[in-house]
Design a protein. Sequence first.
Length: 78
Amino acid sequence: MTVAEATAEIAEHLGCVPGRPLLRIDRVHRTAAGRVVEPAISHFLPEHYSYRVRQRRTYAWRKDARPEMRRSTSSALL
């Protein structure tokens, strides 16, 4: 995720003025085997989205850690 300026074409699609700061997300969609099937670049008006990340610390190094504490999870909402 990064910031990008709206080009004239993108501004027309989003209903904003050219040059306006936007959120830009670059993604690569892959098959289960890892082959790239579709690169995707998306632009968003920042006032319409929030980005939150929830992370948990992993305790795999601790022998006495409960099984549910041995995982490290990360999730993001956009």
